[in-house]
Ligand binder design. Structure first.
Ligand code: OAD
Length: 258
């Protein structure tokens, strides 16, 4: 994972969502058997979970080098843990928004909807989506910094700061920090999905697509024949690579597709 770019473009660079664009995606979805969703922080923005690179995003106020790297954590686990504790408290109060719910509703009996999310919240699952891969981990899982499996922990706020493993070592979040590799298990879940066959529709929702693998997966889906759709209020993320750009909020646009 590379460190994030900080560039910000003006909102909605003159692009509007037309009814023709919506109709095109709706038509594709109606016939689709395999839908790949690649989601980012924007899909949870309307659930009051802050994004990272927007004008009011987390990286405006917090340095990722100081909060989202293993080095920072080892230097000062309490500081890093306090930051994540606050995010866990916020997440504990968050509920799925209409975008999460519409994506869950897309998975009807003869249609598979496979969600690859960069989000460390569980709002897709709360909305009822069953096939969700968290490539950057989950805020509700902890693991020993030294070794061992990830364990579910939903305590927010944490009663012990920093939380400790039974072996005495500090526990860390089971998430991916800058400079770390993607975990093997979610990547292995994604691979066969691409090999198994054709993806009809690929919805990329609420992400800057800052990481190469997001681009690769989206391009791969398009090469397989998928209609590639970018959903974002601003002309960011996949931009011109998408077949259709739906400019607006996910919570308003995604329900209009079904
Ligand atoms: P970003 O914060 O980089 O991008 C969020 C995107 O969502 C922006 O392009 C916004 O324009 C868009 N957006 C905002 N509100 C929206 C809404 N209501 N509906 C649709 N889109 C909206 O977040 P990600 O691309 O998800 O990693 O960031 C990826 C990774 O970088 C994160 O997992 C995180 C971050 O640094 C780590 O913390 C390690």
């Amino acid at each position: 994972m590379k460190t994030p770019p900080s560039a910000a473009l003006p909102d909605n660079c003159g692009l509007e969502t037309t009814s023709e664009s919506l109709a095109r995606v709706r038509e594709c979805l109606a016939a689709a058997q395999d839908v790949l969703v690649i989601s980012g922080a924007g899909v949870s923005a309307e659930s009051k979970i802050p994004t990272f690179r927007d004008a009011d995003g987390l990286w405006q106020d917090f340095d990722p080098e100081e909060h989202a790297t293993r080095e920072a954590f080892l230097r000062d686990p309490v500081k890093v843990w306090k930051w994540y504790d606050a995010r866990r408290i916020n997440l504990a109060q968050a509920r799925p928004n209409p975008a999460h719910r519409a994506l869950a509703a897309m998975a009807v009996s003869d249609r598979r909807v496979f969600i690859v999310t960069q989000n460390v919240d569980d709002l897709h699952e709360q909305a009822g989506s069953r096939e969700v891969v968290h490539i950057h981990g989950l805020l509700w899982r902890l693991r020993c910094e030294r070794d061992g499996p990830a364990l579910e922990n939903r305590e927010a706020p944490l009663s012990e700061m920093p939380p400790l493993c039974m072996c005495g070592e500090v526990m860390r979040l089971d998430i991916v920090w800058f400079g770390e590799n993607l975990p093997r298990q979610p990547v292995e879940r994604i691979r066969p999905y691409f090999w198994e066959g054709r993806i009809d529709l690929c919805l990329v929702i609420g992400t800057e697509a800052s990481f190469g693998y997001i681009w690769q997966w989206a391009v791969h889906a398009r090469e397989q024949g998928a209609l590639l759709v970018d959903v974002n209020p601003r002309d960011r993320g996949l931009g011109s690579m998408a077949d259709v750009r739906l400019r607006g909020k996910a919570g308003e646009l995604i329900p209009r597709l079904i």
